[in-house]
Ligand binder design. Structure first.
Ligand SMILES: [Zn+2]
Length: 294
């Protein structure tokens, strides 16, 4: 009897050492979106977008958006960066973080600190489960600028109105357990905030270092390895301040390419860890391989 066809199977958990730390990336979900622009290259022509897709051997009619929260175990603290979509993602094919956390060997009770790079739905949606905080023993860390921007709502673009409601529902109730930080501040020893405003008004990246090994967890500085990373000046509809996001993207890409710094990117192809190389006047994503294990 022939073996049955079982459908697509893909890796969803990846763990590697960073000095004395352990870093786990988990695939909260993957969503197929119609079209490339929007969201990417909204200031570019359809012909330019199509040519770029073909050059990268990618389909021209749709794209896959992946969501990869990260867990850093410093040996003393278990630090979760972003929460995935949570319950709001289940019908979209996302919201898998909680079950993956268990498969990876942790319990939700083990998480000591939840760091939010920013307050978009794929990063804050998992803060609550069944009406209660998902990570019952955690305290929270978030950028002061980001929290204040969403709280006041003054400069939040109209397209984020629903997102602001979600912020008021999921983030504000946790404010009394939250530490608000500025660029340059430490979360714990070895984890430091880096200014990356633009994708959201107070979006932050995090520099993580142990025993001389380091990486930049860049959150959503770049949201696609081809359509944004190779064309950092293209405007992206996901970016709340588009010009500031372009400037930040160019500054951070220049930094990680110059320093040859390992990158963790929430929307980079799973396992969402790699390097950025300079090539022909632009950049390329170079997925990490065994260098993290030897
Ligand atoms: Zn995101």
């Amino acid at each position: 009897m022939p073996a049955p066809l079982l459908g697509t199977l893909r890796p969803q958990i990846h763990r590697f050492p960073l000095g004395h730390f352990e870093v786990t990336t988990m695939l909260d979900g993957a969503i197929i979106m119609d079209g490339i622009s929007p969201p990417f290259g909204i200031d570019q022509s359809a012909a330019t977008i199509e040519a770029h897709a073909k050059e990268n051997l990618l389909p021209v009619g749709n794209l896959e958006n992946t969501f990869s929260p990260n867990l850093v175990n410093t040996g003393e603290q278990l630090v979760l960066f972003d929460t995935g979509f949570g319950e709001i993602g289940l019908k979209l094919g996302a919201g898998n973080l909680q079950s993956l956390l268990t498969t990876a060997g942790y319990k939700v009770q083990d998480v000591d600190i939840v760091v939010l790079t920013h307050a978009h739905p794929d990063h804050i949606g998992g803060l609550f489960h069944d009406g209660k905080p998902t990570f019952p023993n955690a305290r929270y860390v978030m950028g002061q600028v980001e929290f204040d921007a969403w709280k006041s709502g003054e400069k939040i673009p109209a397209q984020r109105a629903q997102n602001r409601d979600l912020f008021l529902r999921l983030v504000v109730p946790l404010a009394d357990r939250m530490t608000f930080i500025d660029p340059g501040d430490e979360v714990v020893a070895g984890i430091r905030a880096v200014e990356a405003f633009g994708h959201s008004l107070g979006h932050m990246a995090y520099h993580i270092e142990s025993e001389g090994q380091s990486l930049l967890l860049w959150g959503d500085v770049v949201n696609h390895y081809a359509f944004s990373l190779q064309r950092p000046h293209w405007q992206v509809s996901f970016d709340d301040d588009k010009q500031m996001a372009v400037a930040t993207r160019q500054r951070i890409l220049d930094m990680v390419a110059t320093d040859r710094l390992l990158v963790l990117g929430h929307h980079m192809p799973f396992p969402a860890v790699g390097y950025v190389e300079r090539l022909n006047g632009t950049y390329r994503w170079l997925p990490a391989s065994y260098q993290l294990r030897v």
